[in-house]
Design a protein around this ligand. Structure first.
Ligand code: GLC
Ligand code: GLC
Length: 818
């Protein structure tokens, strides 16, 4: 792999190490990373901000963080170093002392932040060892000078009193409940452990300490913030024990370094659950056996290094399943590293915890999690399988679904309820994608409850049938699916009619009998319905296949008849039966979602509807920064359309570039064979291509953001809501499957590229169902699409599906386009 250095004055990609290297702490916005990928998670910014939680960011928050604070990014895993009279932090914040050197490397599941001041350097490696419920912070201190130095190190975390929402609001109680214990070099946080909780947290270091603090007030002193703690100014700790107020964990260590000497300290911050009858070693004294065992697993640099190596090895393996080797370094970087990494993060987090999602609001979205899965399934298929079963278990018997479920309980969220009528068909997508990737048809026979009620269980296949039937049973007067509260676009609330600023557009009871219809769901029904039919055929369920086909044909008929506006597809019919997204309207004449789904499904391809629709997208919706959602944006609140019209023009669902749906258009372009435009759209939003826009974008240059302000915005090109977005999974599918054309099928890997004509070729290594395919694609005639021949291990293959082979074997594939 090449290692092109990209300089945008904030940092660059180091592809060999799969890292993004940030060279100044003063990024336009906190640029973060995620540590942990199963139970224990941390969010960590390039200046040490962020927090940790166990499984659920709301109910098991270990450390405190202050969202929307001034200045931004307040609260985190801080270190203070006192060298003589001068104090500094290796992550620059919170002290903000100018550093002589600074570097933050965000890698796959780890972050290393290094600061240097007055010839002392401190490098802290943060990561969550696999299978552990803790994070390691290995601090390496080096004296680069020629005199012996004695420095003072203060660590710092602020405990969250577990329920992150309560912690931010319920002060009359919280200020009296906080409890800690300190023993040797370990600080234990045990608020509420004496009553109903069976868990506590600890913060340890693998060396003797010369003091500590656990009371925030005593650590900071009156009137001070994190940027000026009293103990750091005084150069000595208070050995304070917190009783209520705000408990913290801070170790104090004195370190002497000879010239050239390096010393390492391993801090561990962790979570421990205990059986009810084994919680105490003495009255009011925590039983520490389990905690000490965890701490002991990481009490030397060697042990840390071993765990770090296996984390790296794990990511090497995950990222070896799809590797593109092209002349375009940015393409390689996006596909091989960062897009897949973001897919893992969205799969884990859904929309819960980022620097834009507070971790207390949303659980796992039914639609979101199904979609996140399509970019993740090849990485860890077993986890995808379990996720599918969890999601399906929240479906209702009539095929509809809770819009969200809580990760800790895996129960549907009754407060939000259901009635988002796009939800059911996403399950069809995720399940068919899973089976195509793995060949594991057995998942379809799994008995899965409805509404988590075991007595109401059917096969997973039956769940899909009910998803499908939900749509056919809920059609409106134009033969198009009823929209319910909303479809994919949460903000197109056509049945809502809200006049009360205190009610949520998403949960408000619908008015007027819910007459509005969605063309997006119609297209979605055809697209994923076709997958369903194909699945039925694979299972030899011929009758069900033809029954389903009949409904799909009839939906295609309704779309052509009632949802075609002349140059593009309508978006919907509103509650009065009036068209939405039509040239007859003054505002929002055209929307992206119905163009995306109807073209991906190839509706009206022969009659030229796909061409016209996509040409209209290009003409009206595309701009320098991507493709906007609707145009022209609404300029005033339209009660009959709901939340979409509440956003100022050019932002979010009202004329913003909602990156999630741009790949639908890329895929649509490949349906009509336009590889040039498909790829151009890809490069417009793919992070690796935005080197000249990093400052404008503000958010991390290595991941997709949910939204980039659109052409009608006051600040076009400015991104918001990075990391947790369906953009990651969909763009990955668009580039790897529709553009690069390596697409899992029920019976093997299908090869069907649709690329820019100028490309001469590229190679892909794809590990699929345990078999390694080394695929060389040549494009001697400069076409976008079409295959002249395929050979596997020198033998030519009929059609474009590669045969399956024995697990563990490797095969050479040569594809000639033309
Ligand atoms: C948010 C939601 C997603 C929705 C999209 C469009 O990203 O998480 O479910 O589809 O907005 O409204
Ligand atoms: C708002 C956002 C939308 C999100 C929804 C659900 O409507 O605009 O993107 O999906 O909230 O929280």
């Amino acid at each position: 792999m090449t290692n092109q250095i990209q300089d945008n004055s904030y940092g660059y990609f180091d592809d060999n190490n799969k890292e993004y290297v940030i060279t100044t702490p003063k990024t336009p916005y906190p640029w973060i990373n995620y540590l942990g990928d199963t139970d224990y998670f941390s969010l960590l910014s390039n200046t040490g901000g962020g927090y940790s939680f166990y499984k659920d960011a709301k109910f098991r928050r270990l450390t405190r963080y202050r969202y929307n604070n001034v200045p931004v990014d307040t609260g985190g895993k801080y270190f203070y170093i006192k060298d003589g009279e001068e104090a500094w932090s290796p992550s620059w914040k919170p002290l903000k002392t100018d550093l002589d050197e600074y570097e933050c490397r965000h890698g796959m599941g780890y972050t290393r932040i290094r600061g240097q001041k007055n010839s002392i350097s401190s490098s802290v490696l943060f990561f969550v060892p696999q299978g552990e419920q803790l994070e390691v912070q290995q601090m390496t201190l080096t004296n680069h000078g020629d005199t012996t130095k004695t420095i003072k190190v203060f660590s710092f975390v602020e405990w969250c009193l577990w329920n992150a929402e309560d912690d931010m609001t319920n002060f009359q109680r919280n200020f009296s409940t906080g409890q800690v214990e300190v023993k040797d070099s370990v600080i234990y946080h045990k608020t509420e452990y004496r009553e109903r909780r069976d868990h506590f947290a600890f913060y340890a270091v693998n060396a003797p300490i010369q003091g500590f603090d656990t009371s925030r007030d005593e650590f900071l002193g009156d009137y001070n913030g994190f940027e000026a703690p009293q103990v750091v100014s005084n150069g000595q700790p208070n050995n304070s024990i917190a009783h209520g107020w705000s408990p913290i964990g801070s170790h104090y260590i004195e370190v002497t370094l000879e010239p050239g000497e390096t010393k390492d300290y391993v801090f561990t911050l962790g979570y421990v659950e205990m059986p009810q009858d084994d919680k105490w070693e003495a009255p009011a004294v925590i039983n520490k056996t389990k905690a000490l065992a965890a701490i002991a697993r990481f009490d030397t640099v060697d042990k840390v290094q071993t765990a770090f190596n296996s984390l790296n090895q794990y990511w090497e393996e995950l990222l070896s399943k799809f590797i593109v080797d092209s002349d375009d370094e940015r393409l390689n970087r996006g596909v091989n590293i960062w897009n897949q990494y973001q897919n893992m993060v969205t799969f884990n987090m859904s929309r819960s915890a980022s620097f834009f999602e507070s971790g207390i609001g949303r659980g796992m979205g039914f639609r979101d999690s199904n979609q996140d899965l399509i970019g993740f399934v090849h990485l860890v298929p077993d986890r995808a399988r379990q996720r599918i079963l969890d999601i399906a278990a929240t479906q209702f018997e009539d095929g509809s679904a809770y819009h969200q479920y809580q990760p800790l309980t895996k129960r549907g969220n009754a407060a939000v309820g259901g009635n988002f009528n796009d939800d059911p068909m996403w399950l069809v997508q995720s399940v068919t994608v899973y089976v195509k990737e793995t060949g594991d048809f057995s998942i379809l026979d799994e008995q899965v409850p409805y509404d988590n009620d075991e007595t109401k269980s059917t096969s997973l296949f039956e769940h899909l049938t009910r998803s499908f039937n939900f749509i056919t049973r809920n059609l409106g007067e134009h033969g198009l699916p009823l929209i319910g509260r909303a479809d994919w676009n949460d903000c197109l609330n056509l049945n809502c009619f809200s006049t009360d600023p205190n009610e949520s557009f998403q949960t408000t009871e619908n008015k007027e009998g819910g007459r509005a219809e969605s063309v997006m769901i119609a297209g979605q029904f055809v697209l994923f319905g076709n997958d369903y039919v194909e699945l039925c055929k694979q299972l030899d369920k011929k009758e069900e296949a033809s029954r389903a086909q009949m409904y799909i044909d009839s939906m295609v008929g309704s779309i052509k008849e009632n949802a075609w506006d002349g140059e593009w597809f309508l978006r919907a019919y509103d509650a009065f039966g009036k068209k939405v997204g039509t040239h007859e309207a003054k505002e929002s004449k055209i929307f992206i979602e119905s163009q995306g789904f109807c073209t991906m499904a190839g509706i009206g391809l022969e009659e030229g509807l796909v061409d016209k629709s996509l040409n209209s997208v290009n003409e009206h919706l595309s701009c320098d920064f991507g493709i906007v959602l609707n145009y022209p944006a609404f300029t005033e609140y339209r009660i009959e359309y709901g939340e979409i019209s509440t956003y100022p023009q050019g932002y979010k669902e009202n004329g913003g570039i909602f990156c999630h749906n741009n790949p639908w258009i890329m895929i649509g372009e490949t349906v009509r064979g336009n590889g040039d435009l498909a790829f151009e759209y890809y490069t417009k939003i793919a992070p690796a291509y935005q080197d000249d826009k990093v400052k404008l974008h503000k958010t991390e240059p290595y991941v997709y953001a949910q939204m980039i302000a659109g052409k009608e915005a006051a600040t076009p090109g400015q991104a918001k809501n990075s990391w947790l977005t369906g953009t990651a999974a969909w763009n990955y599918v668009a580039i790897t499957q529709s553009i690069l054309g390596i697409k899992p099928h029920y019976n093997g890997l299908q090869i069907d590229p649709c690329i820019p004509k100028v490309w001469q070729g590229y190679a892909v290594k794809r590990v699929y169902r345990g078999v390694t395919y080394n695929i060389q694609i040549n494009n001697p005639k400069n076409v976008s699409k079409g295959i002249a021949s395929i050979t596997v291990d020198g033998k030519s293959v009929e059609g474009n599906i590669l045969p399956l082979f024995d697990q563990g074997s490797s095969h050479e594939v040569i594809v000639t386009m033309g």
